[in-house]
Design a protein around this ligand. Sequence first.
Ligand SMILES: [Zn+2]
Length: 347
Amino acid sequence: MIRPGRSRAALLVVFLVVALTAGAALHAQDVPLERVLVRTGARLEWDPWRGHGVFVRGITSLAFTVGNRFVVENGDILHRAPSPGRTEETLYFSDEFLQIAARVFPPEDRAPRRIGAIFLDPGHGGRDPGAIGRHEFNGEVRSLEEKRIVLDVARRLRLRLVERYPDRLVVLSRSDDTYLTLEERTNRANEIPTGPNESVLFVSIHANASLNSRASGFEVWVLPPEFRRRDLVTAERTGIADEGVLSILNTIREEEITLESTLLARSVLAGLDAMVGDVSPNRGIREESWYVVRNARMPSVLVELGFVTNREEFLRLEQGEYLQRLTDGIYSGITNFVRSFEEVGRE
Ligand SMILES: [Zn+2]
């Protein structure tokens, strides 16, 4: 029997190598390991010392050995296909093998990937007002606190999302004027239970301030791709003790999340642009290691609604009608992202 720790470790190494060498052709008719994994949705348990591998998904398995023409389904059904090949870096299979694998692991059994929950995080709160705008209008000084604007938008957004997605969790980090630390916000998001193939979206909502009173407009922040999150995959979650393997798995997962965050950011930015782009400048996508975004183990963006320090924007941000337009922009950004995220998963 294959030792699970070792075979998993080997799988990850093979997977990474395949990812790195994708495009390096073996033979024209060969199917790279990566394609078998994607097509079947199975994982590979691989014993490099015996040249023996098993594709596994749920209770279904398909075993093969390099140099052997037999392929064994669920331990007792025999198929024949040209022997899988092996290089120092990866495995490759015949088209016949791929056809067998596709029949053994039919696509309809696969749980499509899904956004299980949306976590909305209005910034600041309680003793932390966030940015404060103060302007004089006809001799009267009016002020506006970031914590109130962002809570208003987050609540409006939650209402629309709950209506659209009655079967998903839509969670607010805070629903009133309370103070939460950044750790508390990310912990709450990370504690949301998810099923297999389910992700949580993390959307933090803020308003801006600048020493330059002319600065105005909306923007969306994501994590820069080069940033390394180390604890996406932990030994206690996976049962893998090997530090090197955990770091490889972390890198793969991190790149996936960074890509998804960027797609979500683009979608939200486009939604905002469509709703308020006529009056508020689109400042684009920004990348920074924001604490909130950095510690969330899920696709995460931070939306800046506008500048309370800008006189014209202040007047807009005072109005419920404008906050509703901002809400509708973020809403369509999120729902468009969810639709395409789940469509891709369905192939
Ligand atoms: Zn803020």
